[in-house]
Design a protein around this ligand. Structure first.
Ligand code: ATP
Length: 454
């Protein structure tokens, strides 16, 4: 380690280990050896996930007058997936190694190795490439004789398309308008490494925006701008984000134009979310397969009829959570004694995302300080997610809260008994300020509002 080193790199191993140690994310069914592609969100993880979801929901619905929400079922009529093209096209190209028996996605193997049919792991011979459909199948009804075939939805977009007419009619929506949904999606992914980056069960946050044909390019640009601005509000390091435009060979069969926002994860730049111009493909297909008229009737324009174009913003909630974990993670040198205590691990979450906003810590358990601290916590818990910790040296307790990403620690000491003041320790600067307990809630509110990452 260089003597002047003040920070250390983040790796996926460090993130995975902290996530488990602090109860953000656990491996699914760990006591049975784990289930590939599935993860469980622990006490801090569910708080973080809920807050990201709320942040996105507020951004998309509350701050956009023309977007409404939906929460539709995972199980859909199987014709949906024929219409969407998933039965035919939602496939990955797969190869197997005849020697080491590993399975790979052909599009992720270096071209020279694939051309020679050489296994990238052991050098053995690869099989021919086969198409593999990513949809999970199950059956509905009492007998499994093939008639009750049903899929676990592989994306949330289609539930929005099949409900579009209901929403136009029930809520008198006028084009342009959007529908937002957050929910689970399932894909039988073969390569699920990199922690929760690519999993078989995950959550998406999608918004589908319905526009008049011809207005699509204008709104496509608008939504690209909006989605970029969202990440600025989220307080992530913008120099770690970039746009990637899909080339002609990458574009999905339904797309006219598509951009991904990519984040620089420890394993490199990877897709975070997509903004796609899906044209009228989806609604026309559902019209054809269902036999229902899905045209929009523009009553303000002489009852003009058309099938709307759709601009989609499609984000992974669980992938965004991984991004937030990686982005927040810092190891900082805070002392110079030459041992591990010189370093602190701190999760610099935006205070609106932090699983715990305020931790209340009595300096001592005795002399009534613990009771006073509990009283102050009881007051604060109506406004904030709080934690209480009275065990161990105060420095250790601060470190524990740093690892959990708690932005504010309130310490109760003998002065609190004397004059009602407490110290508030700021996670990022580690500076402490004395504040009267009656002003504490407003003081914290103000700090959250003015938060800027250092
Ligand atoms: P990829 O090329 O990485 O497989 P995709 O282009 O198929 O992803 P979309 O279908 O556009 O992804 O899904 C939209 C978003 O949903 C992605 O940007 C990502 O954030 C999230 N997502 C997709 N697949 C997964 C998965 N298997 N695990 C976690 N998140 C996912």
């Amino acid at each position: 380690m260089a003597a002047q080193e003040q920070t250390r790199d983040v790796t996926m191993e460090k993130i995975t280990s902290l996530a488990k140690r602090r109860g953000f994310v656990f491996q699914s069914s760990e006591i049975y050896g784990g289930q590939a592609g599935a993860w469980d969100y622990g006490p801090l993880g569910i708080e973080l996930k809920n807050r990201i979801q709320r942040f996105w929901w507020k951004e998309m619905t509350q701050l956009h007058d023309d977007i409404v929400g939906l929460d539709a079922a995972i199980l859909m009529h199987p014709r949906t997936w024929e219409a969407s093209g998933h039965v035919e096209n939602f496939t990955d190209p797969l190869v197997d190694c005849k020697k080491c028996k590993q399975r790979f996605r052909a599009d992720l193997i270096p071209e020279d190795k694939l051309a020679k049919k050489e296994c990238p792991e052991c050098g053995g011979e690869l099989t021919d490439t086969r198409k593999f459909n990513l949809m999970f199948k199950t059956h509905i009804g009492p007998v499994d004789d093939g008639t009750g075939l049903i899929y676990l939805r592989p994306e949330t977009a289609q539930v929005i398309y099949v409900n579009y007419k209901n929403i136009v009619q029930s809520n008198r929506m006028k084009i342009p308008f959007g529908i937002a949904q957050v929910g689970k999606a399932f894909r039988n992914e073969i390569v699920t490494k990199n922690f929760i980056f690519r999993t078989c069960e995950f959550e998406q946050m999608e918004m589908q925006y319905f526009v008049k044909p011809g207005d699509d390019e204008k709104f496509f640009d608008y939504w690209r701008g909006q989605r970029w601005a969202y990440f600025e509000k989220l307080g992530v390091r913008m120099d770690k984000l970039r746009w990637h435009q899909h080339g002609k060979d990458e574009l999905a069969h339904y797309a006219k134009d598509a951009y991904d926002i990519e984040y620089e994860f420890p394993m490199g730049f990877k897709e975070l979310e997509g903004v796609h111009n899906r044209t009228d493909f989806d609604l026309k297909r559902h019209q054809e397969y269902s036999g229902k008229d899905l045209q929009y009737i523009d009553q303000d324009n002489g009852n003009e009829r058309y099938v709307p174009y759709i601009i989609e913003t499609s984000a992974g909630l669980t992938r965004q959570l991984l991004m937030i974990l990686c982005d927040a993670y810092e190891e900082e040198k805070v002392a110079d004694k030459g041992n591990d205590d010189d370093w602190r691990t701190v999760m610099k979450f935006h205070p609106e995302l932090a699983p715990i906003t305020v931790a209340v810590l009595p300096l001592m358990k005795k002399d009534g300080l613990a009771e006073l601290a509990q009283e102050i916590r009881s007051e604060l818990k109506h406004d904030y997610a709080t934690d209480y910790d009275q065990s161990g040296a105060i420095g250790r307790r601060y470190r524990r809260q740093d690892e959990a990403g708690t932005p504010y620690c309130v310490t109760i000491d003998y002065d609190t008994k004397e004059n009602g003041t407490v110290t508030v320790r700021d996670r990022d600067s580690m500076e402490q300020e004395r504040v009267h307990k009656d002003e504490l809630s407003a003081y914290i509110r103000n700090k959250i509002r003015n938060y800027k990452r250092s």
